[in-house]
Design a protein around this ligand. Structure first.
Ligand SMILES: Cc1cc2nc3c(=O)[nH]c(=O)nc-3n(C[C@H](O)[C@H](O)[C@H](O)COP(=O)(O)OP(=O)(O)OC[C@H]3O[C@@H](n4cnc5c(N)ncnc54)[C@H](O)[C@@H]3O)c2cc1C
Length: 350
């Protein structure tokens, strides 16, 4: 049997790429090993065009954000499901100085389009410590990743194009133009294996810089803010009375275990922000597939062009994947150039 693509790994990257290629009319088998951990099953799924303490534009925000809104809501409409939740992000100012500098940044025409003109600080004051007011970032929101991955998995299972299990690189018979695997002749095998790419002998030369992260789930019955709140940490209401609180960043202890320190850090931050009682009911940890130069890893293998990679999504897989999957599919199917900053050819000398 011949197929155009085998996508190895079904986190957000694999799900988005498989959907994109399927919509272009390609035959796609999607494979995932449920026994392996995945960052997408931990992530909060937030998309935020202005990040960090300095309200910096997310890389390529002007391209990524219109595209991702259309992409996720387009799938929702096509399949009659719901997993994408556009919301503003409220950023309470820490001080008068921060208020002054944020309002100045918000006047920059490039930033203005992502900042709401009317913010009702009173609405937040009952629940959030905001003595200096705050601003709201627009075009933001969150993707319910568990639901998204479940829906995409169901879509490919229904088409009989889903494989559950571990794909071993040693079992792939790679030639110049195709790969044979378990009776299939595959046009291109694309690895979307997240941080596991570090152990993938085809792509272990790429310079990853993984970042561990933890978050909490908490019940706060009296909390009725619908937007996301962000001040160093985020408070994301996933449904009435249920909050996700995160996240930590650690470049050491790179395992998938939760720690008391992680919880203590998040609780110390949330206590400064949240005015209503809450109770932590769960804690999760994951590893972000971040890269040394903070840009994704996309492209075909330099000497074995029948295999490729779509990864290195770091802290922003939900924002990056749709636009970059579109670019990658145009590269694969129409021969268009890839975004040079994301193309793995920048590391070929390694
Ligand atoms: C605490 C935390 C909070 C985060 N919050 C956000 C956020 O708010 N917004 C955001 O955009 N990002 C967030 N992230 C980052 C986000 O998790 C990543 O950008 C994204 O999930 C990476 O997706 P991926 O598909 O590349 O990798 P993964 O989600 O890790 O998926 C890789 C998949 O490949 C499979 N796999 C690997 N090797 C094989 C193999 N050989 N055979 C079969 N299957 C294989 C694994 O089973 C896994 O399912 C957060 C991360 C953490 C840890």
């Amino acid at each position: 049997m011949n197929v155009d693509f085998l996508i190895v790994g079904q986190g957000v990257a694999g799900s988005v790429l498989a959907w994109t290629l399927d919509q272009r009319g390609c035959s796609v088998i999607l494979a995932d090993d449920p026994a392996l951990p995945s960052a997408s099953s931990v992530a909060a799924g937030i998309v935020n065009p202005l990040t960090g303490r300095k309200l910096v534009h997310t890389w390529k925000a002007n391209e990524l954000f219109p595209f991702l809104h259309q992409f996720y809501s387009g799938i929702e409409q096509e399949l009659n499901v719901r997993f994408f939740h556009p919301k503003n992000i409220y950023r309470p100012f820490r001080s008068l100085a921060e208020q002054t500098s944020y309002l100045a940044i918000a006047n920059d025409p490039d930033v203005q389009q992502y900042v709401s003109k009317a913010v009702d600080n009173q609405v937040y004051s009952q629940f959030i410590t905001n003595p200096f007011g705050g601003l709201e970032v627009t075009q933001a929101g969150w993707l319910d990743l568990t639901e998204f991955v479940r829906i995409i998995k169901g879509y490919f299972i229904k088409k009989n194009q889903y494989f559950e299990g571990y794909v071993r690189v040693e079992d792939l018979k790679i030639s110049e133009t195709t790969t044979d695997y378990q009776g299939l002749t595959i046009g291109k095998v694309i690895f979307c294996d997240g941080v596991q790419a570090r152990e993938n002998s085809l792509f272990d030369w790429l310079p990853y810089n993984p970042v561990k992260g933890q978050l909490l789930t908490a019940v706060a019955e009296n909390y009725s803010i619908k937007n996301i709140v962000n001040q160093g940490i985020f408070i994301l209401p996933v449904r009435d009375g249920l909050l996700k609180i995160g996240a930590t960043y650690s470049w050491h202890d790179l395992d998938w275990q939760t720690t008391d320190d992680g919880r203590a850090f998040l609780e110390s931050k949330v206590r400064e922000l949240l005015k209503v009682p809450y109770q932590v009911v769960a804690q999760q940890a994951g590893i972000r597939p971040s890269t040394k130069d903070r840009r994704p890893f996309i492209g075909l293998h330099p000497t074995q062009p029948a295999v490729g990679i779509f990864g290195g999504m770091g802290t922003k897989g939900v924002s990056l994947a749709p636009y970059l999957a579109e670019q990658f599919s145009r590269h694969l199917l129409d021969g268009e150039d890839l975004e040079p900053e994301a193309n793995i050819s920048r590391y070929v000398s390694l």
